[in-house]
Write a protein of this length. Structure first.
Ligand SMILES: Cc1cc2nc3c(=O)[nH]c(=O)nc-3n(C[C@H](O)[C@H](O)[C@H](O)COP(=O)(O)OP(=O)(O)OC[C@H]3O[C@@H](n4cnc5c(N)ncnc54)[C@H](O)[C@@H]3O)c2cc1C
Ligand code: SF4
Ligand code: SF4
Length: 335
């Protein structure tokens, strides 16, 4: 194990404004000494560190962070299969075709996984929260994308692995979260291995950027446009932010007007399609009402096949790979 500690992570990531907010360092700190508070741009240490305070080898926070390495090169849209698919049953809040919900719901109900770590939200305040889900009904309620997701998603992984002792976990996350899980799975650090071993399936959501809750929902939408969080029916990003309201009205905001609401850490992110996932899912490349699925690993293929065989997932049309590659290239060159 290394003797790196949070001060190395602070110098390499927190102080440079490149933290993505994935929450992995928060989750794996064995002393629970790293926190992300409110709308902060990076975590803080609360004053204790095993390595620095007691000279006990640790380095967990440094080893798990996806931002300590230089940006990975773009152009890795490779996959072993790709398909356009949708849920074969009603998923009321689905963002695209509901394929992610269908695959994970089947995995839960068939006993292929015990628990799902993902992001849900309070339907009244639209405030996102990291959550551990073990029931199909809760998963169905959680469908849809949280673009204002900035919460330490992986903190729920600590609850799953350390407190609840689950060993067959599915994680749904944006690419920075997926990169952190990949580091857990590949790490030789004894403190990270239990996390890597407990994750059975990683589903990555395509991602161009994410918004800070306070700045977008409380600031821009509520204070500037007079929209209360509970009036929002759905958010979508399609070259601009689309805000659909419960009363049928809608508001469209160009992304260039929302730059101050985007998490600073997103500016250095080059990964659109979560290349380290078992299975990646997005809207682009599929017809409206369907989800693009890029199958990266035999594990990902197994979960897709299981849902198709059970009649919970169905194919719908072809995938336009060139549209995905264009957007991936644009994101990488922006970074
Ligand atoms: C921040 C963000 C940015 C995105 N940007 C793009 C983009 O630029 N282009 C594109 O094609 N697609 C993008 N997507 C993906 C897209 O919005 C859909 O999530 C994807 O197409 C899957 O749709 P679905 O209907 O199959 O998923 P659903 O069946 O609706 O299920 C979605 C699942 O994801 C979980 N979830 C929602 N938000 C988050 C989150 N923030 N982190 C972790 N888990 C979450 C939910 O709990 C649910 O289980 C983005 C998603 C997010 C969260
Ligand atoms: S990118 Fe993730 S692991 Fe790295 S400092 Fe930020 S929250 Fe922690
Ligand atoms: S753009 Fe990158 S850093 Fe930002 S939320 Fe998406 S995957 Fe994470």
């Amino acid at each position: 194990m290394t003797l790196k500690c949070y001060t190395d992570l602070k110098a390499a990531v927190w102080d440079r404004g490149t933290c993505s907010g994935c929450g992995a360092c928060v989750a794996v700190c064995p002393a629970d000494a790293i926190r992300i508070e409110g709308g902060a741009d990076a975590p803080v240490n609360i004053g204790y560190c095993k390595a620095e305070s007691d000279q006990v080898p640790c380095g967990a926070c440094f080893d798990v962070c996806p931002r300590v390495d230089p940006a990975r090169p773009p152009g890795r849209e490779a996959c072993i299969a790709r398909l356009s698919a949708k849920a074969a049953f009603e998923v009321p809040g689905r963002q695209s075709g509901g394929a992610v919900t269908a695959i994970v719901e089947h995995a839960l109900s068939a006993g292929l996984v015990d628990a799902v770590v993902t992001v849900t939200e309070d339907r009244w305040t639209r405030r996102p929260a990291s959550v551990l889900i073990t029931e199909s009904e809760a998963l169905l309620r959680s469908a849809g994308s949280r673009y204002n997701w900035w919460v330490p998603l992986l903190s729920a992984l600590k609850t799953a692995v350390v407190d609840r002792k689950y060993r067959r976990i599915a994680v749904i996350g944006v690419p920075c979260v997926v990169q952190a899980i990949a580091r857990m799975r590949a790490s030789e650090n004894d403190l990270l291995r239990p996390y890597g071993d407990a994750v059975r399936l990683v589903i990555g959501l395509f991602c161009t950027e994410s918004f800070d809750y306070e700045r977008l929902v409380e600031g821009r939408l509520k204070r500037e446009h007079g929209i209360e969080p509970w009036q929002i029916r759905r958010l979508d990003v399609k070259g601009r932010l689309e805000v659909q309201l419960e009363d049928g009205n809608a508001l469209e905001l160009p992304l260039r007007e929302l730059e101050d609401c985007i998490r600073p850490g997103c500016a250095t992110c080059t990964d659109l399609t979560a290349v380290d996932a078992d299975l990646s899912a997005g809207a682009i490349g599929a017809a409206s009402g369907c989800t693009t699925l890029l199958v990266r690993t035999p594990t990902g293929q197994g979960f897709v096949d299981a849902a198709l065989r059970a009649g919970r997932l169905e194919r719908c049309g072809e995938v336009d790979l060139s549209a995905i590659e264009r957007l991936a290239e644009r994101k990488a060159s922006r970074a």
